[in-house]
Write a protein that binds this ligand. Structure first.
Ligand code: GAP
Length: 455
């Protein structure tokens, strides 16, 4: 987060504005002034988000023969979070300004060593308030888990936590999955779901939220093979981002320093993206050892082991955990795809999204609203809707409509013109090259299918 960005970067504000204007992301409950760290995904945003999750699920579950899925509940028995260490250590050091009353994470301020929500205490000298120069309080540890109550009585005994990671749902179901699927090591459990953290300073648009979504794999391996599997997953996860079209120069893998490691991790790599605020984490890939299974066995009194036929012993598997954020991946994809070009003296804004991620795969555009063009154009739209997310747009000039689709990353526009009435053919226009090709309506679905290659 601290290294300066290199090369020509676009401003976060440009994407915030595009996201609102075109219906990707809105501030949550905006008409009431919003709520810090919460966001709503609009009509195009929900499509892009679903596509990110679909691409992840395909790579993590569908295409592998060693991983199964899970969808665990958000609220769990509170002892889960005692066993996992979150009740004791999932805290960030917080300081307040005595003058202007603003609140900061101590590790964001100069004069303090790094500290994280995984329990590293803040130390170091007194910093001054970066807003007004006022005196700051001593750091206090602030637990990031949101609390609520189950049942009608609001008391300590009925307190539960909104999960701060989806991971624990997979650890506590280790034995259920093992016995119901008869898996052999190595095998994994994958899950996509909401997580909640009462971040002291949410910010950078959707980068640091209080409600966000994670895509996590818990990959169980024999102790002793964990380091090799760790390397496998670092490479596999890096390649996943590259496969989605993220530019290599904007992606890097960084091994965490010992003092940056979470309480459960023996070793962790981060996949980072070069955002405008600098290199920032998209995903953490941790070697969690047997920490979680041992702790849950201890706290629940249940045996959480695997019977290894080779050695004839019950063993506690080690865990490699690739843990990615949907919202951060979404933001990286927007940044990476954003381009401004000049075409015939005019500015064109373009989102070069991978076709599998594009919210709309094809837009049907009649040349004009002329009464003879609308029925065939709507018929073409009817033809495409069962296959892909599509749009129909007949307002303003065709040039402006192309630009509107470019700006939201639609890979193909299908234009219905007066020749269509004669030759029963339409024009496919490609987003990046702007090349146009004429195809018969009877072969349109096939022509798009070929171009969208399995999307
Ligand atoms: N189970 C491990 C775990 O939760 P983490 O590094 O704290 O590890 C994993 O979180 C990923 O979740 C991060 O790499 C990031 O993509 C996402 N994430 C974490 N906190 C977030 C926040 N406040 N807002 C958005 N995404 C967040």
């Amino acid at each position: 987060m601290t290294e300066p960005a290199v090369g020509p970067r676009i401003d976060m504000e440009i994407l915030v504005s595009l996201s609102k204007r075109r219906g990707f992301v809105f501030q949550s409950s905006e008409i009431y002034g919003g709520l810090g760290g919460f966001w709503d995904y609009g009509p195009l945003g929900v499509e892009l988000r679903n596509n990110v999750k679909r691409a992840w699920w395909k790579a993590a579950v569908q295409e592998r023969d060693d991983i199964v899925g899970l969808d665990a509940s958000i609220l769990m028995n509170p002892r889960v979070w005692v066993a996992s260490g979150h009740v004791d250590t999932f805290a960030d050091p917080m300081v307040d300004c005595r003058e202007c009353k603003k609140r900061f994470r101590a590790d964001d301020l100069e004069g303090h060593v790094a500290a994280s929500a995984h329990g590293h205490a803040a130390e170091g000298g007194v910093a001054r308030c970066p807003e007004c120069g006022g005196e700051l309080t001593e750091p206090r540890m602030f637990n990031l888990m949101f609390k609520t109550f189950v049942g009608p009585v609001e008391e300590q005994a009925s307190t539960v936590y909104l999960r701060p990671e989806t991971a624990q749902g997979m650890f506590v179901n280790f034995d259920n999955v093992l016995t119901s699927t008869r898996r052999k090591l190595p095998f994994g459990i994958a899950q996509i779901g909401k997580a909640f953290r009462n971040e002291i300073t949410p910010g950078n648009f959707i980068f640091r939220d209080r409600e966000f979504e994670q895509m996590e794999i818990e990959y169980f391996v024999k102790p002793g093979t964990d380091e090799e599997w760790h390397q496998h997953w670092v490479e596999a996860r890096r390649n996943w981002y590259l496969g989605l079209g993220i530019r290599q120069e904007n992606l890097r893998v960084r091994r965490l320093e010992k003092e940056e490691l979470a309480h459960y991790a023996k070793d962790t790599y981060e996949v980072e993206y070069l955002f405008p605020m600098g290199w920032s984490e998209l995903e953490g890939i941790a070697n969690r050892t047997d920490f979680d299974l041992r702790r849950h066995a201890e706290f629940s009194g249940r045996q959480l082991t695997y019977y290894d036929e080779e050695s004839g012993e019950h063993i506690v598997p080690y865990v490699i955990e690739p843990s990615a954020g949907v919202d951060r991946c979404f933001l990286a994809v927007l940044f990476d795809g954003y381009r401004e070009e000049t075409v015939r003296g005019e500015k064109r804004v373009l989102l070069r999204l991978h076709p599998s991620l594009a919210p709309v795969k094809a837009a049907v555009l009649p040349l004009s609203r002329h009464e003879s063009l609308v029925p065939p154009a709507r018929k073409v739209w009817d033809l495409l809707r069962p296959h892909w997310m599509t749009q129909y747009d007949d307002s303003q000039s065709i040039g402006r409509r192309y630009r509107r689709q470019d700006e939201v990353g639609t890979p193909y526009c299908v234009t219905v013109d007066f020749d269509t009435l004669e030759d029963q053919a339409v024009t496919i226009r490609e987003r990046d090259s702007m090349d146009q090709v004429r195809v018969p309506i009877a072969g349109l679905v096939e022509a798009l299918r070929e171009r969208l290659a399995g999307v």
